[in-house]
Design a protein around this ligand. Structure first.
Ligand SMILES: Cc1cc2nc3c(=O)[nH]c(=O)nc-3n(C[C@H](O)[C@H](O)[C@H](O)COP(=O)(O)OP(=O)(O)OC[C@H]3O[C@@H](n4cnc5c(N)ncnc54)[C@H](O)[C@@H]3O)c2cc1C
Length: 351
């Protein structure tokens, strides 16, 4: 691959992690190709929570303004019982006080659009759609190969062995968007199932529902029929054709390294796919992308790559894996079959 600027990189995957990595590398003067398996940009998915630390990463990537133009703050969320009784407050206001800015929510398509628009404005990055080429030989001609190809990463299975793999947790979630603002936000925890509601943009709300035994929309609706308002109303008023079925999975065991061979790095779900319970999937991918590209930029051209990748691994691996573990632990806690004990413990949380 012919080099321009500082070095050449192939990024496999045009999700949040891959696009943010391409932006950071391009800003650092690298020549970047993005290989995406899908045949066109996808505008699929509901909402992303963006924690203040991930907002700071987006600021450093030059995307803070684009985020704030479309995102909405997440405040006033509560954990409830199915009858509507409040068990505890989600610690959003505490996070806001500490960080000096609120947690934000943004529609997944808007964030992907913003990343694509930034790449377009920077110029010089080819996104090759219909290119499922993370496997053997993919990216071999580049100085740096980044696997940003999600939970079933081919870059991971090709270059990091097969000890860590995808593990299903047996819970299926459904996610969707309601065309009204519910005004009631947070999570409601029942026996082995839960329902979440967040804002996502003016006039719309984001919802997610986890029900182990349900496979059809009617079964999902029935599972929540006697829950507090607006839960049954949200399910009744949204078209199941727009619902997304989401199998809860994570990467297990955790990888011993996010980097290999002095020239290959994994970011996002490829490195540490986690359950969505903490809403940290996009945040951790953005933090990875920013940290990796900052480390690469600080060490100049391809000669500095081994040191840059070591620095990236040291900065991000333990931190991301701690978040993944916490997310899985919360998943077990929320879907546990001892709701009385769980609710009693939750009631002890500071408000
Ligand atoms: C379609 C979709 C919808 C989602 N919706 C939501 C949502 O609504 N809310 C939420 O919180 N999270 C959602 N997620 C998960 C969330 O996007 C990720 O957890 C998080 O953003 C980490 O992103 P990532 O870039 O690491 O991985 P991903 O977002 O999974 O992106 C990986 C990209 O790599 C591509 N790819 C995979 N294999 C190859 C290959 N061999 N060669 C080339 N390209 C490849 C994929 O097509 C994809 O574009 C969704 C993920 C997907 C793929």
């Amino acid at each position: 691959m012919s080099g321009g600027g500082r070095g050449t990189a192939v990024v496999v995957g045009a999700g949040v992690g891959g696009l943010a990595t391409a932006i950071g590398l391009r800003r650092a003067g690298w020549t970047v190709r993005v290989l995406e398996r899908r045949t066109a940009p996808e505008r699929y998915g509901t909402a992303f929570a963006i924690h203040p630390t991930a907002q700071a990463a987006l600021d450093r990537l030059g995307l803070g303004e684009a985020l704030r133009a479309r995102a909405v703050p997440y405040r006033g969320a509560r954990i409830r019982r199915p009858d509507g009784t409040v068990l505890a407050a989600l610690p959003l206001e505490r996070v806001e006080r500490r960080a000096g800015r609120p947690e934000l929510l943004i529609s997944r398509p808007y964030l992907l659009d913003a990343l694509l628009a930034e790449l377009e404005a920077l110029g010089g990055v080819d996104i090759e759609y219909g290119s499922p080429r993370g496997g053997p030989g993919g990216g071999a001609d580049a100085d740096l190969l980044v696997g940003a190809d999600g939970i079933n990463s081919t870059v991971r299975t090709t270059h990091f062995g097969s000890r860590s793999g995808v593990r299903a947790l047996g819970t299926v979630a459904w996610i969707g968007i309601a065309d009204f603002e519910t005004g009631v936000y947070g999570e409601t925890w029942g026996d082995g199932r839960f329902f979440g509601l967040t804002p996502v943009e003016p006039g719309r709300s984001n919802w997610y529902a986890a029900v182990p035994e349900a496979t059809t929309a009617e079964e999902v609706r029935a599972a929540f029929a006697d829950w507090h308002d607006p839960v049954p109303r949200v399910l009744a008023d949204t078209d199941p054709a727009g619902w997304i079925r989401y199998e809860m999975r994570h990467l297990h065991p955790a990888l011993p390294a996010f980097v290999a061979g002095g020239r290959i790095a994994l970011v996002g779900d490829a490195a540490h796919a986690m359950t969505p319970n903490l809403g940290q999937g996009a945040c951790t991918a953005l933090l990875d992308a920013e940290a990796l590209t900052r480390a690469v930029a600080a060490r100049g051209g391809p000669g500095g790559l081994p040191a840059a990748l070591r620095a990236y691994d040291a900065e991000r691996r333990r931190s991301a894996q701690r978040v993944a573990l916490a997310s899985r632990t919360l998943h077990r806690f929320v879907t546990g079959r001892r709701p009385a004990l769980r609710d009693a413990l939750t009631g002890l949380l500071p408000g």
